[in-house]
Design a protein around this ligand. Structure first.
Ligand code: SAM
Length: 212
């Protein structure tokens, strides 16, 4: 993701607290209070410009969504999509996924989405991959029992290493496609990266895994 300097981004995020959660730690263990309902909570980590999370929220009004993104300059575009989509079941958090335990208690989250996560192809950077075992442990500690991770990427190396990581962690593989757009999978909502890479002819890999 090329980062553009947007000095105004911080202020814009602060001016839209109905979408950008300013102090997420206050909702730990009680996210239903923020959304005003008892619907399941799905989070997307590395939400980028927000097309997926806002599209999913629009399509699934009985699920609550939070898009989590590290960079202000990127999440501000997701904020624009939230404003455009104007649905009550999507929020954003400008935080690092490694700190999820500060914001979510065990069982707060029903599903984690990882879409086109940074591949970190060098072996010495493997620990930075969002599917590395240390991240799988963090997700386990915020997910419900038998919680799920849904993952898609165009990067074959990341997909292979992620399947190995899931397997070594003891997760149950419940769906796999080596060519999502030619499969019979229904209801796919494309991310910005997915649109870009599939337009260039890349195949999209997708998997679903579940904690046992
Ligand atoms: N999911 C989007 C898509 O498919 O279009 C964006 C993909 S982009 C390659 C990966 C995104 O993950 C970037 O916006 C990056 O800032 C974000 N990201 C990477 N590591 C993160 C972390 N530890 N916590 C939160 N976001 C992270």
């Amino acid at each position: 993701m090329r980062l553009r300097n947007k000095p105004w981004a911080k202020e814009k995020l602060e001016q839209n607290p109905q979408y950008v959660i300013a102090s997420p730690e206050q909702y730990k263990g009680k996210w239903n209070e923020l959304f005003g309902n008892e619907h399941p909570l799905h989070i997307e980590i590395g939400t980028g410009k927000g097309q997926f999370v806002t599209g999913m929220a629009n399509a699934n009004p009985h699920i609550n969504y939070i898009g989590i993104e590290l960079y202000e300059s990127v999440i501000v575009s997701a904020l624009d999509k939230c404003i455009e989509t104007d649905v009550p079941n999507v929020k954003l958090m400008n935080v690092n996924a490694k700190d999820l335990l500060e914001y979510f208690a065990k069982g707060d989250v029903s599903r984690v989405y990882l879409n086109f996560s940074d591949p970190w192809p060098k072996t010495r950077h493997a620990k930075r991959r969002l599917t590395y075992k240390s991240f799988l442990k963090i997700y386990e500690d915020v997910l419900v029992d038998q919680g799920e991770i849904h993952f898609k990427t165009d990067n074959q190396g990341l997909f292979e290493s992620s399947l190995m990581s899931f397997s070594e962690y003891g997760l149950l593989l419940t769906f796999v496609s080596l060519d999502l757009h030619s499969s019979d999978f229904e209801g796919n909502i494309m991310t910005e990266y997915e649109e870009k890479f599939s337009a260039k002819g890349s195949r999209i890999y997708r998997s679903e895994v579940r904690y046992k």
